[in-house]
Design a protein around this ligand. Sequence first.
Ligand SMILES: Cc1ncc(COP(=O)(O)O)c(C=O)c1O
Length: 364
Amino acid sequence: MTDFDPIDTLRPHIRDLPSYEAISDSVAIAEQYGIAKKDILRLDGNENPFGASPLALQALQNGYEPERYTDANQTLLREALQEFLQVPAENIVAGAGSDELIDLIYRMWVHPGDRIVTCGPTFGMYAFDAAIHQAEFIDIKRKNDWSVDEEALLHEAENAKLVILATPNNPTGNALSPLLVKELLKTNALIILDEAYIEFSQTNSMVDIASSHPSLIVLRTFSKWAGLAGLRIGYAVANKRTVDVFMKTKQPYNVSTPSVAAAIASLHDTEELDRRASILTSERDRMFAVLEKISWLEPFPSETNFLLVRTIERDARQISDKLRRKGIFIRTYSEEIIKDCIRISMGTSSQNDRVIEALSNLEI
Ligand SMILES: Cc1ncc(COP(=O)(O)O)c(C=O)c1O
């Protein structure tokens, strides 16, 4: 019998890795509470309640060959993105979600001990991947209104290998000022802007700047606007030299054939996807106005498809648990700075009505 022990032999930083807080298994929890599957309302993952576009669903039926490897050069997808973004295909690379691209960026540029700077609270993968790659992770906490401490950020950026910021940010919902981005681009750090929610925002995308600037990478995804979260497909926009190293370093067949087919079809259905996005942003604004009137809730302005809401003198986890017992799943946090907040992804109008009713009648 071998003495090999999979834990003892692990690289120490992997052994000590804190687990990523993924979306909870709503089906198992609902079963535990005796809630029928049809009554589960998942508003904890910032997914799109309308699902994939009709053309994407059609492409998933008969628009790809499962027995074939995908095109390692991603030619058709990059061409479709060129048309959509008005950025040359040579400046675009696709990944299995932005998640894969974040990991790939760290793998390519971050040496153990390098400094990665962000402004929390923010998307958990930035810190998770930093731990995997043994980076020093610097989290400059946002101010009370969730704005970035610009002075501290610019100061830290001077000595950083990489600055990674979501704009608009998850979970705070606010976007960065273009002036701040301009200042960041004057530093020697590699600047990553994660625009996962940009289609729900009034803020302009930075993809055109990214295509020519030497130190800017913009990340985008089909998970939110296009409703393809389960297919895992996103993309990065950067200058050609940067994209060339992505193409060289990525797994050759990193995006699957159904994901590519659905993504291209989505780009032929942008009117429908934009129409849905605008319903979600109107719903977000309607929900904001309603929740603001509940004395123990304080919603924050949002440029995304979700709302972050502070719970005043009430326990956020308890609220979430009460909602779960009604089949409604929302996001809570263990991080101190947002422990007293819940995050609610926007559903359809009737789904959101269900949330409003549940919150209005909550006994705590
Ligand atoms: C800011 C941000 N970036 C990236 C992602 C993940 O995107 P993808 O599904 O493309 O990996 C999320 C998902 O919630 C997110 O909130």
